[in-house]
Design a protein around this ligand. Structure first.
Ligand code: BGC
Length: 691
């Protein structure tokens, strides 16, 4: 028997050679078997429906020749396996605008994946947040393509540092959850290339080696068998040489998905397997399609398997170790957005008694219960975090279920913190067993239902406002006349119009991970200054967002969404993209833009004009020339984060690659640089300078 397993240190030529030999020696059936996952349904049945208990066999593998398998684990808020570090959800990390932090988080995910026998990670989710009701908004970073690309590239790069293949998902236009298996998104080519794809390209250019296709259709064809997407764009236009695999179950419908460019059907050969073998034998699919897919899969797998590891060992002790938990805390501190503050924050440690109210105050609420769920060894809730910092005897808690208890708590306190927002029941991945009528019975049976029922859970939000009982909770707090701080836990924008007046501060923490409560206490009491900025727009009126219907099976995406839509239509949002306060103030001066080869370097001096140290996220926008009807007023093209001491100023340089200023000519299928004047601005609305 030949041993064609990967060896450490193999050169690219040696890898090519061994891959050729595998392809030569494998039978058609064996090659097709490498083009699908296997065993997931049996596993999930044995594990009582628990997602992520074991790694999933996700393609490759041929025992006869010692070819290893791909072993998959999910993300993005940590490794969705064992008891891993649970980071804040991606949207919170998006709000940090911290590339370096995201890369370090990626490294931890890489380490924890390796320590738990996985070599393929599904943590990099960069679908664009088109509408805040999208159930999986928490799994992505925000509404802006440039920002999505930079954050996703950092995460993928970090994961791959430890020789775990990162897969970027869901390719593409997956931003409605409840109908994700059926919805058909109509889009024109310019919008597709300029708005919905650049972030995928950015992540792949960084070296991310795998792509997961989306469930939905684009212009009439499922993404998992969409030739234009998987071959013309991905391989021809972008020269991507990694492999593409489907999303889990129902990611591809026809064996011709293989010819379209889908290399692996995950997690079971429901459509590939025998059908694909027959299609090749019957002449419907060329044998080279199979060889090409296997070559892409194996080259990638071998490249990663042969690379030198940065760590000597990946032991289970590394999972959720102290350093990793410290990183989860840092991320939670850097990812909370201070939306309002009349000066009540930071709280003084001599504050007297604090009422912490709301059912979410005492809940381990790290996000959705779908594939991204991370089962952390512990979760510090908001209440616990505040008790640890202030002392239990100085905190009164009422969950709001009893009016008299709530009134007593409010009465006893000097200041009130109301924790409101959502849970996995309100938003997240939507996984009822009977969602898809066409799902094979074997699949339905394999996914056990709680209490024997097929209750839907999560999915797209039904509304952008807080549940009525939470609004009443805030009102009760306000009526006391005491300072009220509202902490909002949610995956994206929550409308605040109904209850904002009369509150003293609003802090959006998102789902802040296993150390979220510790971070909350440190932020509220000023041990660290908030520094995050909104990676999306919060409207005053839900109607100001693009059309969204969670039951829609057809929808059109145009270019206008998020801040580009608000600015184009001259609508005042409640909180603009990039809004976020700190405990100090910043001033921007001396903006310069310089052309340096293929880059425009934006230089600006940022001064901390307050009396506290803080980090500042600096956003750089380009205002492109072009007709108003299809040219956004400005687009984010660069950002950075700097730490500045009070009274100090720091020079900041943000490079903008000229390439990213190009537009797409759909008729000619090419990018071009629009002629005219380019303007650059730096900062958010409150502290911006323009050039
Ligand atoms: C999700 C993917 C996930 C996969 C595997 C699917 O339901 O859409 O994001 O990676 O399951 O768990």
């Amino acid at each position: 028997m030949s041993d064609l397993s990967p060896r450490s240190g193999m050169s690219a030529a040696e890898i090519d050679d061994v891959v050729d030999r595998i392809i030569e020696q494998a039978t058609l059936t064996e090659k097709v078997a490498m083009m699908s996952g296997k065993g997931f349904l049996a596993q999930i049945r044995e594990d009582d429906g628990q997602w992520g208990k074991r790694p999933y066999r996700a393609g490759a593998g041929l025992d006869r020749l010692n070819v290893p398998y791909l072993w998959f684990t999910d993300g993005p808020r940590g490794v969705a396996r064992g008891q891993s570090t649970c980071f804040p959800c991606s949207m919170s990390r998006g709000a940090s605008f911290d590339i370096d932090l995201e890369r370090r988080i990626g490294e931890v995910m890489g380490i924890e994946a390796r320590a738990q026998d996985c070599n393929l990670s599904g943590a990099v989710c960069i679908n664009l947040l088109r509408h805040p009701a999208w159930g999986r908004a928490q799994e992505t970073y925000g509404e802006d393509p440039h920002h999505l690309g930079e954050m996703g590239a950092a995460l993928a790069g970090g994961i791959q540092t430890h020789n775990v293949i990162a897969t970027v998902k869901h390719f593409a236009l997956n931003s409605v959850e409840n109908t994700r298996f059926t919805i058909d998104v109509a889009i024109d080519d310019a919008v597709l290339h300029e708005v919905y794809l650049p972030h995928f390209r950015r992540v792949l250019d960084e070296g991310c080696a795998s792509v997961m296709s989306a469930y939905n259709k684009i212009n009439g064809e499922y993404c998992g068998q969409n030739r234009k997407l998987l071959t013309n764009i991905l391989r021809h236009d972008w020269s991507f040489d990694g492999f593409v695999h489907s999303d889990w179950l129902l990611g591809v419908y026809k064996p011709y998905g293989a010819s379209a460019g889908l290399d692996i059907e995950n997690p079971e050969p429901l459509v590939y397997g025998e059908n694909l073998v027959k299609a090749v034998e019957g002449g419907l699919i060329e044998p080279y399609v199979i060889d090409t897919a296997c070559r892409r899969i194996l080259r990638t797998l071998y490249r990663f398997a042969a690379a030198e590891d940065p760590l000597a060992e990946y032991t289970i002790e590394l999972v959720a170790c102290e350093n990793h938990r410290a990183l989860a805390l840092e991320a939670a501190e850097k990812g909370a957005v201070l939306l309002e503050n009349d000066g009540v924050l930071p709280l003084s440690i001599d504050i007297g008694k604090l009422a912490v109210i709301g059912a979410l105050a005492d809940k381990e609420n790290t996000g959705d219960f779908g594939s991204s769920r991370v089962n952390a060894p512990y979760v510090v809730t908001p209440l616990e975090g505040l008790m640890r910092l202030l002392g239990e005897d100085r905190i009164v808690h009422a969950d709001g279920s009893s009016q008299s208890h709530l009134a007593d708590a409010v009465e006893a306190a000097d200041t009130i913190v109301a924790v409101v927002g959502y849970t996995a029941d309100d938003e997240g991945e939507y996984i009822p067993g009977d969602l898809v009528p066409q799902m094979p019975e074997t699949v339905k049976e394999a996914i056990p239902q709680e209490n024997g029922e097929r209750d839907p859970r999560g999915g797209d939000r039904s509304s952008l406002v807080l549940p009525q009982d939470q609004v009443e909770l805030i009102e009760a707090a306000k009526e006391s006349g005491k300072p009220v701080i509202v902490v909002v836990v949610a995956g994206s924008a929550v409308m605040v119009e109904e209850w904002r007046d009369g509150t003293n501060a609003i802090l959006q923490t998102f789902y802040s991970g296993m150390e979220g409560g510790t971070a909350l206490a440190r932020l509220l009491f000023g041990e660290v200054s908030p520094s995050a900025k909104l990676p999306f727009t919060v409207a005053r009126n839900a109607e100001d967002y693009p059309f969204f219907d969670r039951t829609a099976t057809a929808i059109t995406y145009d270019r206008w969404h998020g801040y580009t839509k608000f600015e184009h239509e001259e609508i005042q949002p409640r909180y603009a993209f990039g809004h976020g306060l700190s405990y100090t103030s910043f001033a921007y001066r001396a903006l310069r833009a310089r052309e340096v080869n293929d880059t425009i370097e934006i230089e600006v001096s940022v001064a901390n004009t307050g009396d506290r140290a803080s980090e500042e996220v600096v956003l750089a926008f380009a205002h492109l020339p072009g007709p108003k009807e299809d040219t956004p007023l400005r687009l984010l093209k660069g950002f950075t984060r700097v730490a500045i001491e009070p009274g100090q100023a720091r020079p900041v340089t943000i490079p903008i690659a000229k390439d990213t200023l190009r537009r797409y000519d759909a008729k000619r299928r090419e990018w071009y640089m629009p002629k005219g004047q380019y303007t650059f601005s730096v900062g958010d609305r409150s502290a911006s300078v323009e050039l």
